[in-house]
Design a protein around this ligand. Structure first.
Ligand code: ADP
Ligand code: MG
Length: 377
């Protein structure tokens, strides 16, 4: 990838630029907690977007996507938005920097990536973070602080790509650190690094490659349940609730709202528990909490699906340490913490059984927790 980017850049622009990279991410635990003011626990991975960039002295951006094999030029004013989706991520980052009083001048760029698109590893956040980090370094003497860089990526999704996302993906891509996960408090935006260096284990995602189209906006319904319970308890979000409080109003709320809130409250405690376990290097407890999260997402929050439950069952049968749905649910990946010696058998079994039942194999992504946005060399 590296040499391809360099050769392309040289070919197209007859010079050499500076190279930057930023990463995709996983979330070990802490699902559906962001809109409840709770914790998420992401880390950057060893799958990246890499870009070579050089100011061109013009008032336009010229950029080539290696993977899509497409070249686009655009100006830096609001009305210059390109039509190509991939270029809108870059345009959006430029605009969001400019809107905040930052500087962006014309530049040339060539970029490529190895993060599977739309698989739940946040390739779009990596793309935004790579350019946000680069343009801060190149034109702003790194004066824009890192959290603002993440917000620039998030605003790009909101304002230029029609995706109403939270901050986790861009945060993880920007702040990621090798051998560390980050517990992000979605209420205060404070965060803390925790060591994640599971010697003797692998982290692997199994992508079911299914996405169930849902008719009655289940995400909004989950959110509304949480808000109703919080209102009943007289608190702003379920962040401030515990099981005792929930049980005290059990008779006054629907069984469905009770189950939803039970998951959210449990999930907050599981994240904190996993952090404690990591401080002791206790990956077996981490794995147990992952299974509990899966069970809660499936039985209480009801955002799983047959394929993901099936993958989770296979993990259990194979003696995998931890396994759960990663992401919003209704399809996508499971994230699995697997002992080295079980890895081959687990992957082979999952491929075989899943294919026998659903007609296609799951995709397999090995991930290692790595650095986020950085300048190369
Ligand atoms: P994800 O869950 O991976 O973030 P999205 O649909 O949010 O999925 O973002 C994927 C989009 O990001 C792609 O459609 C493309 O526009 C852009 N993108 C991601 N990676 C690349 C890449 N390597 N080259 C070009 N565009 C990319
Ligand atoms: Mg995305």
């Amino acid at each position: 990838m590296d040499s391809k980017i360099r050769a392309e850049f040289k070919n197209r622009f007859g010079a050499e630029g500076v190279r930057y990279a930023s990463s995709g991410r996983i979330n070990l635990i802490g699902e559906h907690t962001d809109y409840n003011g709770g914790f998420v626990f992401p880390g950057a991975i060893d799958k990246v977007i890499e870009a070579e960039i050089k100011p061109n002295g013009l008032d336009k951006v010229r950029v080539y996507s290696v993977d899509i094999d497409e070249y686009v030029e655009f100006g830096l004013n609001e009305e210059d938005a390109p039509a190509q989706q991939w270029a809108r991520y870059i345009f959006g980052v430029c605009r969001e920097i400019i809107k905040r009083g930052g500087k962006v001048e014309g530049f040339d760029a060539v970029f490529a990536g190895n993060i599977p698109l739309g698989a739940g590893l946040s390739s779009s956040a990596a793309l935004e973070s790579c350019f946000a980090f680069a343009l801060n370094d190149m034109f702003n003497d790194n004066k824009i602080d890192k959290f603002e860089l993440a917000r620039i990526g998030q605003s790009t999704e909101h304002n230029y790509c029609g995706v109403n996302c939270g901050i986790m993906d861009q945060f993880a891509s920007i702040f990621g650190k090798k051998g560390n996960l980050m517990r992000l408090d979605c209420r205060s935006s404070e965060f803390e690094y925790f060591p994640f260096d599971p010697v003797g284990y692998k982290l692997v995602l199994l992508d079911s490659v299914v996405k169930h189209e849902l008719v009655d906006s289940p995400y909004n319904k989950r959110r509304e349940s949480c808000e109703r319970v919080a209102a009943k308890l007289g608190i702003e979000t379920l962040r401030d609730a515990n099981m005792e409080m929930l049980d005290s109003i059990k008779d006054e709320i629907s069984a469905e709202d009770y189950s939803r809130a039970k998951f959210v409250i449990g999930e907050k405690e599981r994240v904190l528990d996993v952090c404690d376990a990591l401080m002791r290097g206790d990956y077996e407890t981490v794995g147990k909490r992952m299974y509990e999260t899966h069970h809660g997402l499936s039985a209480d929050y009801e955002v799983s699906c047959e394929e993901l439950d099936f993958l989770n069952d296979i993990a259990k049968e194979c003696g995998v340490t931890g396994s759960r749905i990663m992401g919003g649910g209704f399809g996508g990946c499971t994230i699995n913490l697997v002992k080295d010696e079980l890895y081959d058998k687990f992957i082979a079994t999952a491929r075989e059984k899943f294919a026998a039942k659903y007609g296609h194999e799951p995709r397999v992504y090995d991930v290692v927790i790595s650095d986020g946005a950085h300048r190369i060399g």
